[in-house]
Write a protein that binds this ligand. Structure first.
Ligand code: NDP
Length: 323
């Protein structure tokens, strides 16, 4: 058996946290030979709910779980953490503008970035799920001065998976036949699900679908899928978001066999402004994330890459005092 690793989940008593913890504990994130210690952060008003979640974890008697630490103190939650999933975030309240949301969450992610810097393992891998995820990730990494920016990522695999599922449905093929699709930019309504390089069953996706469907139905459906689920379910996606977070960490740690999408710090690839957290097509090997630099993008794609880049630059401007 391997040595246990420490996994921190924030917002652990929330919807996504609840859908995620039991799967992490059963080995779905890091493998069934990897023992784990779960370090669960919540705000004080949610500590009772978190106690209930801990009781349920206990009642599963998971063989891989070597400890569960429920806490409202960041220094305890991030102590020695090897993996951090930043899920907890302030939801948008009535009358709250996007700028207010950025500001409220900015304060949370400033503190958490500093605490990760001070208490986590030097090789920690951080995934930001709480929205606005890309900019929260930027704030966290900028406040973790002793760690490398590439230790911080934000989640777009859910958008990536949604795009795979919709393309598979439209072409009548199994999801496993869809390859090389990518989601670019911000996890928001400006994200760009790109099909120019995608294939289905080995054939270029754009030869199998009408371009009008791609532009007028596919792209907006992926961009608005979260809102569609809220309308149907009465609350936002939780199980599929938890599934994506687990997949993100698994691929990052254990490697990927095809291209996926992750928010990472831009180094200027594809002319995206350096320093912002932007979703690129990536693959993972031996704990490292590599951008797929092989794509040739047409004007249609470049225009959309720039729209979502502009939104991220505006978000960065709104919180620049926190960087
Ligand atoms: P959820 O667990 O449903 O969501 C948590 C965060 O994930 C939200 O910001 C949500 O964004 C985001 N998210 C990112 N991608 C997705 C996606 N694809 N689908 C759905 N959500 C996505 O929220 P809950 O309110 O149930 O739980 C949040 C927990 O966090 C609570 O237990 C609360 O106590 C805690 N919390 C912790 C804070 C802290 O650490 N300081 C501060 C505030 C809350 P969106 O809202 O846009 O759906």
């Amino acid at each position: 058996m391997k040595e246990p690793v420490r996994i921190t989940v924030t917002g652990a008593a929330g919807q996504i946290g609840y859908a995620m913890l039991f799967r992490i504990a059963s080995g779905e994130m890091l493998g069934i030979d990897q023992p784990v210690v779960l370090q669960l952060l919540e705000i004080p008003p949610a500590m009772d709910a978190l106690r209930g979640v801990v009781m349920e974890l206990q009642d599963c008697a998971f063989p891989l779980v070597r400890g569960v630490v429920p806490t409202s103190k960041p220094e305890e939650a991030f102590e020695g953490a090897d993996f951090v999933l930043l899920v907890g975030a302030r939801p948008r309240g009535p009358g709250m503008e996007r700028k207010d949301l950025l500001e409220a969450n900015g304060a949370i992610f400033t503190g958490q970035g500093k605490a990760i810097n001070d208490y986590a393992s030097r090789s920690v891998k951080v995934l930001v799920v709480g929205n606005p995820a890309n900019t929260n990730c930027l704030i966290a990494l900028q406040n973790a001065k002793d760690l490398q920016p590439d230790q911080f990522t934000s989640m777009t695999i859910l958008d990536h998976n949604r795009a795979i599922a919709l393309l598979a449905e439209q072409t009548g093929m199994h999801v496993a036949k869809v390859r090389n699709l990518a989601v670019w930019g911000n996890h928001s309504a400006t994200m760009f699900p790109e099909l120019l390089s995608a294939t289905v069953g080995g054939k270029p996706a754009l030869e199998l679908i009408e371009f009008d469907w791609y532009r007028d139905k596919f792209i907006p459906s992926i961009q608005q899928r979260g809102a569609e689920i809220i309308r149907a379910r009465g609350s936002s996606s939780a199980a599929s978001a938890a599934n994506a977070a687990i997949e993100h960490m698994r691929l990052w740690s254990l490697g990927s066999d095809s291209v996926t999408s992750m928010g990472i710090v831009s180094r200027g690839d594809y002319d995206i402004t350096e320093g912002i957290v932007y979703s690129f097509p990536v693959s993972c090997e031996a704990g490292k994330i590599e951008i797929d630099r092989s794509r040739s993008l047409d004007d249609f794609c470049v225009e959309r890459l720039q729209v979502t880049e502009r939104e991220l630059l505006e978000e960065r401007d709104a919180i620049k005092h926190l960087l």
